[in-house]
Design a binder for this molecule. Structure first.
Ligand code: ZN
Length: 137
C-alpha cells in the first residue's frame, strides 16, 4: 500500500530564517516555494534524495502550523506516505478503525491529494497519505 515516504513535514516560524540551513549547510536543492491558502501556510520543498523535506511556515496566527509551533515549538510536524488510490486507502483505514482527520482527500502543496490520519489512532504520529495524481512523481 505504501510506496515510500513522500516527504517529512517540518514546522518553522520563518522560511527565510531556516532555508539557509537546508540549502547551504545540508546543500539540499530547493524545489520551490508555494502558498497553500486553505492551510494558511507557505511551503518550501527540498529534495533529499528519494524523498523530500517540506518546510511549513504559518501565514497567519490562525494557521494550524502556528498553533502547533505555539504548543510544541518548531520541528517535525508530520510524515507523508506516498500512496495510490487515496480514496480506497482512506476507506481501508476507516474499516480498520483508524480515525481520519480528513475523511475525503483535499488538495495539498504541489497539487497532491492528501488526507491526514489522526495521531491518536496512529501511534502518536501525524501521518499524511499523499497521492500525486497525474503529476510527475
Ligand atoms: Zn505534507
Amino acid at each position: 500500500m505504501i510506496k515510500k515516504v513522500d516527504h517529512i513535514g517540518i514546522a518553522v516560524k520563518s522560511l527565510e530564517d531556516t532555508l539557509p540551513f537546508y540549502t547551504e549547510v545540508l546543500r539540499l536543492p530547493l524545489l520551490g516555494i508555494e502558498e497553500v491558502a486553505s492551510q494558511q501556510v507557505r511551503v518550501a520543498f527540498l529534495k533529499a534524495g528519494e524523498t523530500k523535506l517540506e518546510l511549513l511556515e504559518p501565514t497567519s496566527s490562525a494557521s494550524p502550523i502556528a498553533k502547533y509551533i505555539e504548543k510544541r515549538g518548531e520541528g517535525i510536524h508530520h510524515v507523508a506516505l506516498g500512496v495510490e488510490s487515496i480514496e480506497e486507502r482512506i476507506l481501508e483505514m476507516k474499516e480498520k478503525g483508524i480515525k481520519m482527520i480528513d475523511e475525503l482527500p483535499r488538495l495539498g502543496a504541489g497539487g497532491a491529494h492528501i488526507a491526514f490520519m489522526h495521531p491518536k489512532s496512529a501511534t502518536g504520529v501525524l501521518y499524511e497519505l499523499c497521492e500525486k495524481k497525474g503529476l510527475k512523481k
